[in-house]
Design a protein around this ligand. Structure first.
Ligand code: MG
Length: 203
């Protein structure tokens, strides 16, 4: 499986990192070795001193497809979860400055903690899913799928223009404002609406 992550999908987050607003979705990949499941702890890697959290809604692909038209895109995912796009911001900043790929800054081991998934049918309106992230019990990020520049269907249609989507692939759909650093001893908890979905201790 592959993990596809959308960057710059919430205007407030684009502004906090002083990035330009994209004219089409931008995305990058994490390898399957980035996955961290079942609320296992995240071990702070030695190669970075500035690991950030980015909370994001995650789609689970349920059908193989390419060149998926937007009007059919919702047939290609059936579950929604939440994940953390853990980012070595120091390595990413260096990569951005030098025009180098983000593979290391975004794709290192354990850089994709992912929750359990909920059936899509549980949500009455996919354009109004609220979610938030607590850091040591204080809410640091709040988002709503209605604030995404590119919605779920846009994202699936766009990605599948370039890459075949396969059953079991995950799509991270972008982070709202409020990203920030973690330190050893922190606890991250991610929620979709009123339900706690993911807990991750930083060790
Ligand atoms: Mg992200």
């Amino acid at each position: 499986m592959k993990i596809i992550c959308i960057g710059r999908n919430y205007v407030a987050h684009i502004k906090e990192l002083n990035n330009a607003i994209p004219t089409s979705p931008i995305f990058f990949l994490k390898p399957d070795t980035a996955l961290l499941i079942r609320n296992r702890p995240f071990y702070y890697p030695a190669f970075s001193t500035d690991i950030h959290y980015e909370v994001e809604l995650v789609l689970k692909i349920c059908k193989t497809g390419k060149h998926i038209q937007k009007k059919f895109a919702s047939d290609y995912f059936n579950e929604i979860g939440i994940g953390l796009d853990m980012t070595a911001r120091d390595l990413q900043d260096t990569a951005k400055t030098k025009g180098l790929p983000w593979a290391v800054a975004k794709g290192f081991d354990q850089s994709a903690p992912v929750s359990k998934f909920l059936p899509k049918s549980q949500f009455s309106d996919l354009k109004n899913i609220s979610f938030h992230l607590d850091l040591n019990g204080t809410t640091v990020q709040q988002g709503n799928s209605g604030l995404m520049m590119y919605d779920f269907d846009d994202i699936i249609s766009n990605i599948s223009t370039f890459m075949t989507l396969r059953t079991g692939d995950y799509i991270f759909t972008g982070t709202p404002a409020g990203v920030g650093p973690v330190t050893v001893g922190d606890k991250l908890e991610a929620w979709i609406e009123g339900e706690k979905m993911l807990s991750c201790s930083i060790k």
